[in-house]
Design a protein. Sequence first.
Length: 544
Amino acid sequence: MISTRSDLTASDMNRFLPAPSMPRFRVCRLASAIMLATLLSACAVGPDYVRPAQDLGETYKAAAMPGWNPAQPGDHLPRGPWWEIYGDAVLNDLMRQLDLGNQNVAQAEANYRAAIATLRNTRADLFPNVGVTGSATRSGNGRSSSSSVSGTDGGFSGSSGPSNQYTFQGTVSWEADIWGRVRRGVEADNAAAVGTAATLASTRLSQQSVLAQTYFQLRITDELRVLFERTVASFERSLRLTRNRYDAGLAPRVDVAVAQTQLESGRASLLEISQQRTLLENAMALLIGQPPSRFSLPQTAFVQNVPNIPVELPATLIERRPDVAAAERQAAAANARIGVAQAAWFPALTLSASGGWRSSDFAEWITAPARFWTLGPQLAATIFDAGARRAQVDQARAQYDAQAALYRQTVLTALREVEDYMATLSVQSRNQVVRLRALESARLSLRLTRNQYDEGLISYLDVANLETNALAAERDALNVVQSRLVASVQLIAALGGGWDVRTLTDPLDPADPATGVSQHNGPRAPAFSNRDMERPDAPRQSVE
């Protein structure tokens, strides 16, 4: 609001006029310098960032393999807790414990908080520094107070004694960001902070993937233990029957030896399976951040089908993979640091001002006569540095090239992983059909052979061979289920789980998404689904 009063006094007017010791033309020059610095601060040296180009391909090669077809509109991975697609309450609870107790995730989260603090520290350079100091000193020259007569008038001279000095002042200093050094630094640290957030998401996704794989391996191990417990019990019965037949003179001694060997081999395999379960259980305890002695997972019946997993086109992969987003943001940070290095070639303009009170008398310290002030710009530039600045620019450019190559390599690795796991699921789906057919044949052969043995037509060695084959077929069938479950988890993780690049936000403004990362707001690209892997003629991946 502008005042319209006309009754201002002379003292009121003096407050709006420059001090007598500061001529008007100096004020104008200082104001012009400030305006010029403000105008120049709109520019920033260094290249503007463009995401490194990388050929993603039009489609996945594995999509042409049997078992994959374009997904339906309703097919999509769940956002967020992707593991819920398996419908396992125990797995859901383990994932919640991992999010709270996993130390790798905790470390990544702490690194993210450190990156935010670094960004805030760099951003503070955009604003003036304001400080205040106060001091009280007493000083002397070391000689005692004395007086001597000087001249004919009886005056005194040469007296010396302690003196006091009281000072209180405030200072303001601001470096005009003419060449964008600070803004490029903020840009670099902002990108690095967003990249650290993506690294946190990538670490969490990786640990979740390992936990899910370990969980399914443990459940299949439980099923293998049940299988071998039944097998050992069957071998014990076979040994008893063989001994009875030997005692009755109906079987040779070699049959007893074969049955005994078969039983002991089964017991040894059961011990190995128990050991494997313990190791898997310990691995899960580490993942959820608990001591192995405090964690145990009871054995329970396990029936799990491999879920339908839609796979979108490669172009969308860079939006779903947090490690790709992290590598891209690191490339953006390296690009901004080129501008920081180039800004060192130009002079730095610092505007500073100070003012306060200084007096040798405490009673007159904070008074008008004791006032003092200073105001003025400072321009600093490096004339010769033996090529240090040029080396710093070259170093920044090389670091950007390295980060760009890392980004492209991360994208290629992501594409390869998706291709690998799609191919694995396709092959293992067909492999399961073959394995289950082989299992049925092995079971039929074993029944027929046992009937022949009971009739005394063959020796127990023939039965033992077929029992070994049937046991191997049972084990292979379970291993195929495990391979499919593990591959499905790996494929979901390779697709980014439930993560999306839109979850990344600007650390300085959480309401705005991070800039520089592709935002896909248009229609979703066609996807491929493994729906055909669950054909009616293919046995389900159930463990019964």
